[in-house]
Design a protein. Sequence first.
Length: 143
Amino acid sequence: MVKLITPPGMLLTVALLVIYSAYAFLIGSIEKSWVLLAGGVVAIVASYGTAMLRPWSRYLVYALAIGFVSKLAQSVTAAIRAGYFRYQFESTKQALWSLAPSLLLVVLSCVCCVLVFRHFRVARAPAVSPVPEPAVPTRSTDA
């Protein structure tokens, strides 16, 4: 039986980072967007670091998640201002259903951040009292 070195939660994070990097390279090359291409490079580096359990990779995962959620929020806000949802959909329910895949990706981004945080968190040592406690008298055997 094969024993995995990388925990399953981290493998999920790596898989999602690889998918995101492929998407970023594809859309970045089509739209000639250097920001998406740079995001793809960061996602590749983050996926390597996460797969190799490097602690520095967590900051890249956090940055990618924040960037993704920020860009999604900016896109939805711009679509609302432009009247896209009123023009494209007959009801608010249809407009909200159209955002379901994006909201699922936001949830997955948050899950990846939590998984990376849990894996790389530093266990704190219990606080040690600088003043020793008084000795507790023991039962005397002379009595």
